[in-house]
Design a protein around this ligand. Structure first.
Ligand code: FES
Ligand SMILES: [Fe+2]
Length: 395
């Protein structure tokens, strides 16, 4: 196994070698992987701007003219449901003097009119109106033909109702990369989900602190000792292979699946039964498609944890609670959505406290890599993938 440590200068060869060990001997990533702004810049260049990332659910832009705006690692983008029925992701930076056309958030428009000098774009991103441009040589003809006057389009794929986008024009298509994952969750009909409630959590940690917290159940023994712990015991949790064995031989899927069987004997199990469906069972799955597409699936209820990293030490987390369309329609008064949101908030507040403490510890000068538990196989899986990406090319 060749380790290209010289290409990731913020980590030492020894640190990388410890992460590359088989799970039974493996260590965590070193603190610098989380706290060094230069590592984050490298992640943006080598991972974030080259990966498929979930921007929205199709049901969040259900009608032509619906849009969602967000910032994709320095690129303001919007997902727009076009008048022609097509869902597109495009830059929302005006072609005139670069003012963003919309604020972050969701809305509905027939025309996107720039707030600076009122150039307007249609729902496909074509420039259709440019006031007071008479006298700019050749410009009228250009806008009349509408050639070259379109907001830059970003590659978009719809997967199971998630609108996925990739800033890299040369990236491989998404669906074939996650074929094994798609098959694993086929019976859960993720395609049919609609978002019924969204909770926002601005958070001051590195994005990997949150992902790692999401992907292992080991911490149920302490962090969630009286909530999740009894229902989803840490010791029962398991992580199937993602077909990837070791490090650079990784040929498997870019994901991890944490399976948490329900302890039916726990009195608290009844509380979580509501979200389950007998045909699907009550087991909980916490899944990550790398780098940070987080899906918690239990029965017919799915929680999509949308992470929007803002810097090495800050992110916005949006927890979208989703239900199958028929259950969402039955839940007219939103009672089911509210109850689930309340439960998720209790659990997440426990995780916030843990993540706050971890972040403090990661920033302490004496902190070093720690040993992984075999129950943290998913972290090990992601670390191998992360190193493959981060050492794969010159940044
Ligand atoms: S910057 Fe948009 S119209 Fe001038
Ligand atoms: Fe947790």
């Amino acid at each position: 196994m060749t380790i290209q440590q010289t290409k990731l200068p913020q980590l030492s060869a020894d640190e990388i070698a410890r992460v590359r060990q088989p799970l039974a001997q493996a260590y965590t990533l070193p603190p610098t992987a989380y706290t060094d702004p230069e590592v984050y810049e490298r992640e943006v260049a080598l991972i974030m701007r080259k990966s498929w990332l979930p921007l929205a659910r199709v049901d969040q832009v259900a009608k032509p003219g619906d849009y969602i705006s967000l910032d994709l690692f320095g690129q303001p983008v919007m997902v727009v449901h076009g008048k022609d029925g097509e869902i597109r992701t495009m830059s929302r930076v005006c072609l005139h003097r670069a003012a963003p056309l919309t604020e972050d958030g969701a809305g509905h428009r027939n025309l996107f009119t720039c707030p600076y000098h009122a150039w307007s774009y249609d729902t496909a991103g074509e420039l259709v109106r440019t006031p007071l441009m008479e006298g700019a040589d050749g410009f009228d003809e250009m806008s009349a033909t509408e050639k070259g006057c379109r907001l830059p389009q970003i590659r978009t794929e719809i997967w199971n109702g998630f609108i996925m986008a990739n800033l890299d024009d040369d990236a491989d298509p998404f669906a074939p990369q996650v074929a094994g994952f798609t098959k694993f969750f086929d019976k859960f009909n993720l395609d049919d989900l609609v978002v019924v409630k969204t909770l926002d959590f601005p958070s001051n940690w590195n994005w990997k602190v949150l992902v790692e917290n999401f992907m292992e159940a080991y911490h149920h023994i302490a962090t969630h000792a009286t909530t999740f712990g009894p229902v989803f015991p840490a010791s029962d949790s398991n992580v199937p292979d993602n077909d990837g064995a070791v490090a650079s031989e990784l040929e498997g899927g870019p994901w991890s699946i944490l399976h948490m069987p329900t302890n039916e004997e726990a009195p608290e199990a009844a509380d979580t039964a509501e979200a389950s469906d007998s045909s699907l069972g009550g087991d909980l799955y916490a899944n990550v498609i790398f780098p940070h597409f987080l899906l918690g699936i239990q029965g017919s209820g799915t929680a999509w944890y949308q992470i929007l990293p803002e810097s090495h030490d800050r992110l916005m987390l949006k927890i979208h609670f989703c239900l199958p369309r028929h259950l969402a329609e039955e839940d007219k008064d939103g009672a089911h959505a509210e109850a689930t949101a309340e439960m998720l908030t209790i659990i997440h507040n426990e995780d916030i406290e843990a993540n706050d403490q971890v972040w403090r510890g990661l920033n302490a000068p004496l902190t070093k890599q720690g040993r992984l538990s075999p129950l943290e196989k998913s972290i090990w899986q992601m670390n191998q993938w992360w190193l493959d990406k981060m050492t794969d090319a010159e940044a």
